[in-house]
Design a protein around this ligand. Structure first.
Ligand SMILES: [Zn+2]
Length: 318
């Protein structure tokens, strides 16, 4: 057992020092890659756990292979970040979005946020607003699905910013194809109920129809039953979690801040981002709020990047 633990430890060290090398290479690549722009690249390097493990003993033998692989990986990342800088200028972002660190090998253990518990919640899906991590990353999540702006698909793909969609059937059933395209671009489709009702006001059976009914809709139209569920308005009771679990939900991510085209709204008293925060926004158009989906993205990405955060993929962590 001791041996195994040792091995894990050195693997982690290797991984961590690899991150440092990577970060340095990446920063260099970005600095040379995007001429006009400054604010973008470097800060990504400070995002990681980035502390060289002190006095790494031994481990000399298997260097060449992994090191070379790492170089190639760093090169690829550098190119990716240079392309992102070009896209950022094209789409009018104030700064180039920072590169997220590699996802963890194992997902963190997530528990229900204090104050968000229901009675007897052992075994029920956790309800949380922030994912436990030390990385300077946040997660972007978009709800409902009323607005179906093709510009958003292009923009997010070119910027290579991950996000997650929590869909309600009643606003998406006029165009499943739009979200199918989104899914093909790597976005995970998650559950936000059939009709966006206030769930604590519904019976167990009605909640089952709202939540599990949407599980089946998503399975039918997108080929996969979700594991993530977000209750409308963030309102739920014990029945909600029992029902959600019964049809395959394993986690209930809420949010710690909400993005609009003209502002952010904060859940926390310090009105700030924190590592692992989940950011909520909506598929809405000019008639619903003061701006387009790209306007909203420009605004939220300015906040995120200015504060030194990168956007990571929620499903890599949850
Ligand atoms: Zn909603």
């Amino acid at each position: 057992m001791q041996l195994v633990r040792q091995k894990e430890k050195s693997a982690m060290k290797w991984h961590r020092s690899g991150t440092v090398v990577l970060a340095a290479l990446l920063a260099a690549a970005v600095a040379s890659g995007c001429a006009a722009e400054t604010g973008g690249g470097g800060a990504g390097a400070s995002g990681g756990p980035a502390k060289p493990a002190a006095g790494q003993p031994g481990e000399a033998a298997p260097k060449a292979g992994p090191a070379r692989a790492l170089d190639t990986y760093a090169e690829a990342l550098g190119k990716k970040q240079a392309a992102r800088a070009v896209a950022a200028r094209k789409w009018g972002l104030a700064k180039t979005p920072l590169a997220a660190p590699e996802p963890p090998e194992a997902k963190p253990r997530i528990t229900t946020r204090k104050g968000f518990e229901v009675r007897d919640d052992a075994g029920l899906p956790p309800v949380f607003t922030t994912v436990p991590t030390k990385e300077k990353i946040v997660f972007l999540t978009m709800d409902d699905g009323a607005e179906k702006d093709p510009e958003l698909l292009r923009m997010m793909t070119e910027l290579d910013i991950p996000y997650s969609a929590f869909l309600s059937d009643y606003v998406t059933n006029d165009d499943y194809g739009y979200f199918k395209k989104m899914q093909r671009r790597g976005v995970t489709i998650s559950n936000h109920t059939l009709n966006h009702r206030y769930l604590p006001g519904l019976s167990h059976a009605e909640q089952k129809r709202e939540i599990c009914g949407q599980q089946e809709k998503i399975l039918k139209h997108y080929g996969k039953r979700p594991t993530l569920f977000r209750p409308p308005y963030g309102n739920y009771n014990r029945d909600t979690l029992v029902v959600a679990k019964s049809c395959g939900i394993t986690a209930v991510p809420l949010w710690s801040s909400e993005a609009f085209p003209d502002r952010m709204e904060w859940r926390e008293w310090d009105r700030d981002l924190h590592p692992g925060d989940i950011v909520l926004t909506h598929f809405r158009g000019e008639e619903d709020w003061k701006g387009s989906m790209p306007d909203m993205i420009r605004r939220v990405m300015k906040t995120i990047t200015d504060k030194g955060y990168a956007v990571a993929k929620l499903e890599d962590y949850v």
